[in-house]
Write a protein that binds this ligand. Structure first.
Ligand code: ADP
Length: 398
């Protein structure tokens, strides 16, 4: 049996998410999620053949413990010898990483240098990489960066209108996130439309718990809504998105909150959750709105309106629109939101087809606009497969 399976790892500060994929077919053979790491009740859940198994990790509640447990599960299912490479999701690659790379000491050093740009994420990724390298020491490890795809964004789009020295000294600029998803979607959209990716103008809205939008022209990112951090741009589950920076001092003066508290408010207590008071989960907010909850309705209205404004702005970055693409859990499922957004964009000629729109849910990909309209479509994203394909390619397993 060949060693052509890829282990994809996404390590957070208290979690390890893993999946073993066949990078040709996208089939996931085994997946796991370790949670509550560094707490006494840490545990790991494995999914294999649609069956779930939960294992206690309290005796080794850390990244290494989780990855050792994963290795044991792989061995139990005779998968351990079939892994040919490990692909790691890394949130921030700064300006150093414009594409995925095989991890060596220099790469580890540069990921460490990007900690200032992603102080919550990059340290956790490094912990995960070290732990995985110890357990899977005989195969290549690859880093796939969320920011890399956006390194083609032109200077006028990524530079903040703040003193230029701050960019030079601290790297203060817009970087963008969700790049792995955008790269996957750009390829998939071209395939579905049967058009060459290098001659296609897409505006792609990735709407999950975190949400962003990107202008992708001829396969390259031209602009995106997230900035130095994931806070900028669209309204999200718990993030406020674009906001007047003056609100910082206003809140400080009015409430006495300090920078950390305000940061927490904007990142964890705002967005759908903050406005609706119901949940950060789009589906639950939608259910509340349907039963007459006015704040839930308002939250959905803000979400759709802001998204429509951003779609119009992103068409400026590309100069034309061949297709608008919805993806992520909300983009792939929330048909009423898609209809509301396209309703705002009639001036671009966009017109929804209600029947097609209702059909494109639960993993279905395809066009949702009427025949006279410019194209809007739903494409299901698969960041893990993109990471697996990059890893296989760099490890010479294609
Ligand atoms: P993440 O960013 O964590 O990967 P997902 O892409 O899975 O998140 O998206 C999660 C969001 O998708 C949640 O807000 C969830 O409510 C929403 N969602 C999932 N299914 C549906 C659905 N059927 N209708 C509306 N929203 C949905």
């Amino acid at each position: 049996m060949s060693n052509s399976l890829i282990l994809v790892l996404n390590c957070g500060s208290s979690s390890v998410k893993g999946a073993v994929l066949n990078h040709h077919t996208g089939e996931v053979l085994l997946s796991c999620l370790a949670e509550k790491l560094n707490l006494p009740d840490a545990y790991i859940t494995f999914k294999y053949n649609d069956e779930k198994e939960v294992q206690d990790l309290s005796h080794k509640p850390h990244h290494t413990g989780a990855i050792e447990a994963l290795m044991e599960a792989l061995a139990a299912h005779n998968l351990d010898q079939r892994i040919g490479a490990v692909g790691h999701r890394v949130v921030h690659g700064g300006e150093r990483f414009k594409e995925s790379v095989i991890i060596d000491d220099a790469v580890l050093h540069d990921i460490e240098k990007c900690i200032t740009l992603a102080p919550l994420h990059n340290p956790a990724h490094l912990l995960g990489i070290h732990a995985a390298q110890n357990v899977f020491h005989h195969i290549p490890h690859i880093a796939v960066f969320d920011t890399a795809f956006h390194q083609t964004i032109p200077e006028h789009a990524y530079t903040y209108a703040t003193p230029y020295e701050l960019y030079e000294q601290y790297g203060l600029r817009r970087y963008g996130m969700h790049g792995t998803s955008y790269r996957y979607i750009a390829g998939e959209a071209a395939r579905i439309l049967n058009r060459p990716e290098d001659n296609l103008s897409l505006v792609i809205a990735h709407l999950g718990n975190g949400a962003s939008i990107s202008a992708v022209l001829d396969g390259k990112s031209r602009d995106t809504s997230m900035g130095l951090t994931p806070l900028e741009g669209l309204m999200m589950g718990t993030r406020c998105g674009d906001i007047d920076p003056g609100v910082f001092s206003f809140l400080h003066e009015q409430t006495g909150m300090d920078v950390n508290q305000i940061n927490e408010l904007f990142n964890k207590k705002s967005g759908l959750l903050g406005v609706s008071g119901v949940s950060n989960d789009y589906r639950m907010v939608e259910e509340a709105a349907q039963t007459g909850n006015k704040r839930a309705r308002l939250a959905l209205d803000i979400f759709a309106y802001r998204l429509a404004k951003y779609i119009a702005a992103m068409t400026v970055a590309n100069g034309r629109l061949d297709a608008l693409v919805f993806t992520g859990g909300i983009g792939e499922n929330a048909k009423d939101m898609r209809a509301a957004v396209i309703g705002y964009l009639g001036f671009l000629g966009l017109q929804i087809d209600d029947h097609l729109n209702a059909e494109m849910r639960f993993g279905n990909s395809g066009i949702i606009t009427s025949s006279q309209s410019p194209l809007a479509m739903v494409v299901a994203t698969n960041e893990e497969l993109m990471i697996a394909q990059d890893s296989a390619h760099l490890a010479g397993l294609m």
